[in-house]
Design a protein around this ligand. Structure first.
Ligand code: SF4
Length: 437
């Protein structure tokens, strides 16, 4: 009787961990569940929960396991009947999870994720529906969406487990990307964020396709006022791409360029193909050719063998480039990667101190940059409408959602407005404030 009742409108929940790549996978799974008759609810009310995990680094694995265990408790305290574990952790440690986490009912690797919606019906003994094909359901603010343009990665950064988890680089065919983009545009998306492990490598495995060509096609979709490019690996950043970003008004001048380090010795040990002078020259060209460009990077400190001199080079580099946005991580050994076999580990205390010094240097740069924005009028995308306190919260083109800061605009906008203009009146280290004009 219970199973029959829940089959009328079975209730499912998705819990997503990790990066935007995982968020897009979850949105596709939700689309599938909805088309197979599921109602999407909070996990406390669900018959079945899918935990979409990340297995990329130790911290992410720990978070994934803790989440699985806390969701599993709902079998005793809530309505939960079945628990599915999907995503990177499931791909990498499938048999361990199956044997050790007996609370889970199914462990589904990345390759089989398309099967998850139907599997959920089977686990609840709801049988087939005969429906196939489904659309993605965007879960964030309705005007912003990620568009995944490729799967996997062909680079072999020595510290990274992603190629092991997600496999070799496979560009999504352009026609498929454009179809999904049109759907997102019709659903009200105005900021499109292109993602992949390595976006600049797009088209390497397709005839006649490249990222500049794709950007030109996406720019032809009027609804997208902002097209943002994330994870632009420097090794594949062509001059044509620079010129394309500079020329297309809707491709915003925001470049996320993860360089990881600048010392040639460290870059070599990291397995990064771009030597320091090419990185410097690329950044000079980006600054020169793209008006108003904002650069973000990601760095690793404390990589095995990083000397004081290597670290000083890194500090000189960020002082020269003055990245407007920067994230830095302390290196940690990742099981199964070639870097984990390297000798000359940096003592944790030294690595933490270097991280602190780097972030202090960057804070000064960020503060000066933010201060220089005071008095300027900028366009803002509205993420959170005014809930009665006279302010709206959003971002300028200089800030990617979740990763960068926010702009709080005082004043009012029309309910249907997605963008407004704001004069900047105040600046903190990460966030901005202004008046709506
Ligand atoms: S580019 Fe390097 S760090 Fe990024 S996913 Fe590929 S191997 Fe990992």
């Amino acid at each position: 009787m219970g199973a029959m009742q829940s089959c009328v409108s079975p209730k499912a929940a998705l819990v997503t961990l990790g990066c935007p790549m995982n968020q897009v996978d979850s949105e596709r799974i939700i689309g599938g569940l909805v088309s197979l008759g599921f109602e999407i609810v909070p996990e406390e009310e669900a018959d079945i929960v899918v935990v979409n995990t990340c297995g990329f680094i130790e911290d992410a694995r720990e978070e994934s396991i803790n989440t699985i265990l806390s969701v599993a408790k709902l079998k005793e305290t809530g309505t939960l009947k079945s628990l599915v574990v999907a995503g990177g952790l499931a791909e990498r440690y499938r048999s361990d999870l199956e044997s050790e986490l007996t609370e889970t009912d199914a462990v589904v690797g990345l390759k089989d994720r398309g099967r998850i919606p139907m599997l959920c019906r089977e686990l609840l003994a709801c049988g087939q529906t005969g429906k196939t094909g489904y659309h993605r359901v965007v879960t964030g603010p309705p005007h912003t969406a990620y568009l995944k343009i490729a799967e996997g990665c062909d680079n072999r950064c020595s510290y990274c487990a992603i190629p092991m988890i997600r496999g070799p680089y496979r560009s999504t065919p352009q026609a498929e990307i454009l179809r999904e983009a049109e759907e997102l545009a019709s659903a009200g998306v105005r900021e499109l964020i292109l993602i992949a492990q390595d976006t600049t490598n797009y088209g390497c495995d397709l005839d006649g396709c490249s990222l500049p060509g794709l950007l030109r096609r996406l720019s032809g979709i009027d609804a997208f006022k902002w097209i943002r490019l994330m994870y632009a690996h420097p090794a594949h950043f062509s001059d044509e791409l620079i010129e394309t970003i500079a020329a297309l008004p809707h491709v915003i001048p925001y470049v996320d360029l993860p360089v990881q380090h600048i010392s040639s010795k460290v870059l070599k040990r990291m397995g990064r193909a771009t030597p320091p002078d090419s990185i410097y020259s690329l950044i000079d060209r980006l600054r020169e050719k793209i008006e108003g460009v904002v650069l973000r990077t990601a760095l690793i400190v404390g990589f095995p063998g990083e000397t004081d001199e290597d670290f000083r080079e890194l500090l000189d580099f960020i002082s020269y480039v003055r990245f407007e946005r920067l994230g830095a991580f302390v290196y940690s050994h990742e099981e199964g990667t070639s870097a984990s076999a390297l000798i000359n580990s940096i003592p944790a205390k030294v690595a933490r101190k270097r991280h602190e010094t780097l972030m202090e240097t960057q804070s000064q740069i960020s503060a000066e940059f933010h201060h220089s924005l005071i008095g300027r009028e900028l366009e803002m995308i509205i993420d959170t409408a005014d809930d009665g306190n006279g302010v709206v919260i959003g971002r300028t083109y200089m800030d990617a959602p979740e990763i960068d800061g926010n702009l709080t605009g005082a004043g009012s906008v029309q309910e249907e407005d997605v963008f407004c203009r704001v004069r900047i009146t105040g600046a903190g280290l990460y966030d901005l404030e202004g008046d709506i004009v």
